[in-house]
Design a protein around this ligand. Sequence first.
Ligand SMILES: Cc1ncc(COP(=O)(O)O)c(C=O)c1O
Length: 394
Amino acid sequence: MQMLSDAVAENVGRGSMIRAMFEAGAALKKQYGEEAVCDFSLGNPDLPPPGIVARTLREAADKAGEAFAFGYMPNAGLPDVREALARHLSTEQGLALSGEDVLLTCGAAGGLNVLFRAVLNPGDEVLAPAPCFVEYGFYAANHGALFRTVPTRPDTFALDLEAVDAAVNARTRVLIINSPNNPTGQVYGREELAALCALLREKSERFGRPVYLASDEPYRFLVYDGAEVPPLLPLYPYAVLASSFSKSLSLPGERIGYLALSPLAEHRKRLMDGLALCNRILGFVNAPILGQRIAAAALGASVDADVYRQRRDTMAAALKDAGYEFLMPRGAFYFFPKAPGGDDVAFVERLRAHLVLAVPGSGFAGPGYFRLAYCVDEKVIERAAPALKKAFKE
Ligand SMILES: Cc1ncc(COP(=O)(O)O)c(C=O)c1O
């Protein structure tokens, strides 16, 4: 019996490398005990949400008996939440957004799907610098588009503008960037972004339709050593921010995020109408109401980023001591070291034999590397250090 579509049947069979590691980890924990396994496979933030989250929920609970406390709302979100978010983003981006420029979504993931649904024709292309978040390819395919990766600069994972220039063609509709980056920890600088925007502006003019720059920024709050995440909306009229509160407030299960448009885009009302329609017809209808209330109350708040910095330093010391080659992450909570021997899948197997769980870089279009997520207690990192060393030496 053919229960599934061909594409879904194929992907269900294949699974993801992250998911496979998650399942292998669960089995190892059962066999050897939780404490024995050092699990760096998942980017699931472990820090408690800031206090404002619980306070907002308590207030919402007091009002939960009122009529329409959980009623339908405009597809783009609660008007007062849109206004509050627009004020926050105006400060962050350094130019004035109105509530009409933002749309509340079911996480950054939901936002990207809404954007893709709104702008992609079948056969259009979505490009992303590799390595990248594995889900982008699925999101493009959801809307009949082709997904292609563009190389970044060797070792630093900085943008390779020549490669982007060569890759963008008349079918390219979206370039998606992610800074701070999962999995590399790289943060793109102001100059390279300005050059990228100039390039896309020229391509948009040449091809007679916008090449959108989707900036996936759920890790914007998490940068180290004074790194900055330059605002993109002033640089390019067809820049669209996709972000969320999943990491900044440790709320990934609540599914709350947003899309924001550049006030420089003349026809953005038309785009926003399309996005609101797509939020509806993809079945999201609107972003969760409690998440919207929490997000509005907590704008500017975040989990304690210093805890992540401390763990980064501990992990860096362990990797360095063992002899790994890696780029010191400038943001987000991942390391992406070179796999000794070059075969990332084999090396991750070797780590697993030492009860250390990581994800092969091949799962992020970055073969030859492996990803360690350090949203785990520092003690786990300390415990993993001898095993990381042994695996390197073998
Ligand atoms: C780069 C990147 N983009 C998007 C997402 C999805 O985030 P959200 O929970 O906001 O949908 C993640 C989640 O890990 C991510 O790492």
